[in-house]
Ligand binder design. Structure first.
Ligand code: URA
Ligand code: SF4
Length: 209
């Protein structure tokens, strides 16, 4: 597999990108997943939120952030004063990665590998180039590593307004935790994890205005 680049269409509007992404075979993930889960939102959105990889629900529905993590993200955006209509949501990797639980036929989410993140990056860069947001937000380590490179550490740089490596016309960027990390936090830590996410998103709101 050589990555997504050769599957990109000549026209760069969102519907052409979405349509072409349905046939991507840039890495091995297309083979087991149900469908490509492309980003969603207005081309005029001022903010782009980048998650990790679609989950089980997203894989079946073909839309990003429609499961529990998406519910938490919507709530955090509202609490940070961000209008959901001003947000385009997508993922660093666009096909679901999972392992099967032997007994139940449950599919268990698996983190994408470094090579899968790199393979899928052309789709994310094309989305950013088309939407041209004021700020792009990396939700968690996978998105942050796709945008900033493999040595980036969310824990030490979260909530800062940063410049992306690459050409100068790229949006500003902010890294924060993934909404799923808030859902997974132990009871005693969930409220503060959520407050941390909202505080980082408030930085994003300010940087975009
Ligand atoms: N987690 C993600 O990173 N992306 C989704 O679309 C859903 C859950
Ligand atoms: Fe293409 Fe990305 Fe899917 Fe891999 S995960 S097949 S690179 S769309």
């Amino acid at each position: 597999y050589e990555g997504a680049q050769r599957f990109l269409p000549r026209e760069r509007d969102l519907s052409a990108l979405r349509e072409a992404s349905a046939d991507c075979r840039g890495c091995d993930l297309y083979a087991e997943a149900t469908q490509t889960v492309f980003g969603e939102g207005s081309v005029r959105a001022r903010l782009v939120m980048v998650g990790e990889v679609p989950g089980d629900r997203e894989d079946r529905e073909g839309r990003p952030f429609v499961g529990p993590a998406g519910g938490l993200l919507d709530r955090a955006l509202a609490d940070a004063g961000i209008d959901r209509d001003d947000v385009y949501v997508t993922n660093a990797v666009k096909h679901f990665r999972f392992t099967r639980d032997d007994r139940a036929s449950r599919r268990i989410h698996k983190k994408p590998s470094r090579s899968q993140i790199v393979a899928c990056r052309p789709w994310l860069l094309a989305e950013l180039d088309t939407v041209k947001p004021d700020v792009v937000v990396a939700l968690g380590a996978t998105a942050a590593q796709s945008l900033f490179g493999k040595d980036f550490r969310v824990s030490s740089r979260r909530g800062e307004v940063l410049e992306l490596p690459g050409p100068p016309d790229l949006p500003l960027a902010v890294a924060t935790v993934h909404p799923s990390a808030v859902l997974r936090a132990r009871d005693s830590e969930r409220d503060s994890a959520y407050a941390g996410l909202v505080a980082d998103l408030a930085v994003v709101a300010k940087a975009a205005s």
